[in-house]
Write a protein that binds this ligand. Structure first.
Ligand code: GDP
Ligand code: MN
Length: 377
């Protein structure tokens, strides 16, 4: 998962990497206030995950708060390379003598982190690798030992710096590695690292990509976990359901991944098309069932909802109550086909039939009913 620049900057700051003062805002008025507070020249930067914002109009230097307001107004709500801008940062503008490049990446072919350093940053690193490969230094780090001082020194020296910037660069490289290591990154990158006329160094761009498999370790990013999902996927995630959206019109809701797959197959075989995969897991109570059913009832593409439950630890009466409540709450007029089997089956069936739903005993006949109602595709 890619982090936004402001998120990566916050991490960098905590790990001692110098970042110019900035504020994250979502209105032009907020941008004006931030620029007043920071005082002097500021940079307005669109917070989007696509690369190359500078060339696409997502990075603008503003001389005063009014200009900051103007650029913010232009950027907010616009699209940069197809991505909508909801937030911007207002950052103190840095005087740049030279732009450098630093990153730590995972090299999958050798299974180890690699430090990349270049005295010619600012540009796209892939481009630089093509045109001037000799300008990129590559140092492999032993993941068990971690970065060694001499490696940081070697990388810093390659940046063509003199003291005191040389020493600072070495510290930045070590801190960047600490970020990389702590957050299980796939990439931690500073491009550019700005060398100022006074010999200072500041990370004016920040890019961090986290390994999705390690995300569970960082609850602070839980809100970000849902950023690329549709509303329905995000809701499903909150409830810990396994949910995948598909192209069809028959909503599928089951307990257990195997049963969900088998149910989808049976719909396919009969010529129907599932609208989704939704596994509510074992032991779901009425309130969770209600939320799951509501999700499917509300989805615009779903015309029929096919619920297939094998009651074990999941009780059929709980499921039935959840379904009835979802129908009442959403007021949806969609058709529901239910197949219930197992614990408290009789009671569940009674509740559903009282509410005029199709309740079937066998999976095949239930699938046939769902496809009959949803139509063949
Ligand atoms: P990217 O295009 O998405 O990588 O965005 P960057 O944050 O890297 O900014 C792109 C370019 O804008 C940089 O390479 C700089 O040349 C310029 N830039 C960004 N921030 C500043 C700043 O504070 N001062 C100056 N002078 N230029 C900046
Ligand atoms: Mn950049």
């Amino acid at each position: 998962m890619k982090l936004y620049e402001y998120e990566a900057r916050n991490i960098f700051t905590r790990f001692g990497i110098p970042v110019p003062r900035f504020k994250t805002v979502s209105t032009p008025e907020g941008a004006r206030e931030a620029a007043e507070e920071i005082a002097g020249r500021v940079v307005i930067k669109a917070q989007v995950l696509v690369a190359g914002r500078g060339k696409a109009g997502g990075v603008k230097l503003a001389d005063n708060p009014d200009e900051a307001y103007g650029y913010a107004k232009q950027m907010l709500g616009s699209e940069i390379k197809g991505e909508k801008v909801n937030k911007i940062i207002v950052s103190r503008a840095v005087d740049i003598d030279r732009e450098l490049y630093l990153s730590i990446i995972i090299d999958r072919s050798i299974g180890a982190p690699v430090i990349l350093a270049s005295p010619e940053g600012g540009v796209d690193i892939e481009e630089l690798a093509r045109t001037k490969p000799e300008k990129i230094l590559r140092i492999v780090v032993d993941p068990i030992i971690g970065i060694r001082d001499y490696q940081a020194r070697q990388a810093a020296r390659f940046l063509e710096l003199s003291e005191p910037a040389l020493k600072k660069a070495q510290e930045i490289i070590i801190n960047l590695y600490r970020v990389f290591d702590y957050y299980n990154c796939e990439l931690a990158e500073i491009n550019p690292l700005a060398l100022t006329p006074e010999g200072g160094l500041e990370a004016i761009d920040a890019k961090v990509i986290l390994d999705d498999n390690a995300l569970y370790k960082y609850p602070e990013f839980s809100s970000e976990l849902v950023r690329d999902l549709t509303y329905y996927e995000a809701e499903a995630k909150k409830m810990n359901f396994s949910y995948v959206e598909l192209d069809g019109n028959i909503g599928i809701l089951c307990n257990g991944a195997g049963l969900t797959m088998a149910t989808m197959d049976s719909v396919y075989v009969l010529g129907g098309r599932p609208a989704n995969f939704l596994d509510i897991g074992g032991g779901a109570r009425a309130d969770l069932v209600e939320r799951a059913v509501s999700l499917l009832l509300q989805h615009p593409k779903t015309e029929v909802v096919f619920i297939n439950i094998l009651g074990g630890i999941t009780r059929c009466d709980e499921v039935a109550n959840g379904i009835v409540r979802a129908l009442e709450k959403t007021g949806a007029m969609k058709k529901i086909v239910v197949r219930l089997k197992g614990t408290n089956e009789e009671e569940g069936r009674r509740i559903l039939e009282e509410n005029r739903m199709y309740v079937l005993e066998e999976m095949d006949e239930a699938a046939r009913k769902a496809v009959e109602l949803g139509g063949r595709r």
